[in-house]
Write a new protein. Structure first.
Length: 255
C-alpha cells in the first residue's frame, strides 16, 4: 500500500512559492516536516542561493503527524498548472511510494501529475554549511520600485552597483565608456526601512532579472556590504507566513 500525504493551499500562495524557487533553479529538494515546507536551493553556477520557507499556517489542510519527508521536484513542470488554477484552493498530494506529485483544484476539475526525482541526484542541493554574514547596511524597499531601477540599469549595462551612502540607497551603472549612465537615488525618507552603514558591491543583472516577478508587489529587504554577497529577503503582504531569503555572490572588479 502506498503512503501519501495531502495538503490544501490557495494556488496564489503556492505559485508564489514556486516562483521563488524558479528564480534560482528549475529543480529543487523539498523538505517537509510538521512545521511546514522548506527548500534550500543553489543555482547551477553556484552564484545564487535561496532558503524558502512556508509555514504550515499557510495551508488550510496539513497532515497532523507527517514525518520528515524529502522529495525532489522539477519546478518547471509545475508552472503550467497555475494557468488554469488561479486564486483557488488546490490539493497537493505527494505519494512517496509511487514517486508521484499531484496538483488538483479542490473541485476536481483540473489535475496535474508528475514524477518525483530522487533528491540525491539533484545538483541544486545546498551543501550542509551555515552561511552567516553580518551586513553593515540594510535597506527595505518596495519591490516594484526596485524593479524600476534595475530595469533602467539593464538598459545600459549587464551589471549594477548596490550602494548605501549616508542615508541614501543608490543603484547605479554605466557603460564601458562611462558616458552612458543611470543612477537611482532613494533617500531614507522614501524607503520602508534602513540601517545606514558602509555598502558598495557589484552584481550581475542576469541573476537579478529572474527575481523581478518575485519582487513586484512585495517588500524586499536588502543586506549590503563592501564586496559582500547581497542578501535579498522577500516578504509577501498577503502571506506573511512565507519567508524567502536569497544570497547573491558579488562580482569583484579587478583594479
Amino acid at each position: 500500500m502506498s503512503v501519501s500525504y495531502s495538503f490544501v493551499i490557495n494556488s496564489a500562495d503556492l505559485q508564489e512559492y514556486v516562483k521563488a524557487i524558479g528564480a534560482v533553479s528549475h529543480e529543487c529538494v523539498l523538505n517537509i516536516n510538521s512545521e511546514g515546507w522548506e527548500v534550500k536551493v543553489l543555482d547551477p553556477s553556484n552564484v545564487l542561493m535561496a532558503d524558502i520557507v512556508m509555514s504550515r499556517d499557510s495551508f488550510s489542510k496539513y497532515p497532523p503527524n507527517i514525518p520528515p519527508t524529502t522529495i525532489g521536484i522539477d519546478i518547471d513542470r509545475t508552472k503550467g498548472f497555475f494557468q488554469v488554477a488561479k486564486n483557488v484552493d488546490v490539493c497537493v498530494t505527494i505519494d512517496n511510494e509511487l514517486r508521484r506529485l499531484s496538483l488538483s483544484t479542490v473541485d476536481g476539475m483540473f489535475t496535474r501529475s508528475q514524477g518525483l526525482i530522487a533528491p540525491e541526484y539533484l545538483s541544486s542541493r545546498v551543501p550542509k554549511h551555515d552561511f552567516d554574514f553580518t551586513f553593515p547596511a540594510t535597506v527595505t524597499i518596495d519591490g516594484s520600485l526596485l524593479v524600476k531601477g534595475l530595469r533602467s540599469c539593464g538598459a545600459i549595462e549587464e551589471h549594477v552597483w548596490f550602494e548605501v551612502d549616508d542615508n541614501r540607497f543608490i543603484l547605479r551603472t554605466h557603460d564601458a565608456t562611462g558616458v552612458d549612465r543611470f543612477e537611482m537615488v532613494v533617500p531614507a525618507s522614501e524607503l520602508l526601512g534602513m540601517k545606514p552603514g558602509k555598502g558598495k558591491s557589484l552584481f550581475s543583472l542576469d541573476y537579478l532579472e529572474r527575481m523581478y516577478p518575485l519582487f513586484m508587489g512585495n517588500v524586499v529587504e536588502l543586506g549590503i556590504g563592501v564586496d559582500y554577497p547581497l542578501k535579498i529577503a522577500v516578504s509577501r503582504p498577503e502571506n506573511p507566513r512565507m519567508n524567502v531569503v536569497m544570497h547573491l555572490a558579488p562580482r569583484i572588479e579587478e583594479n
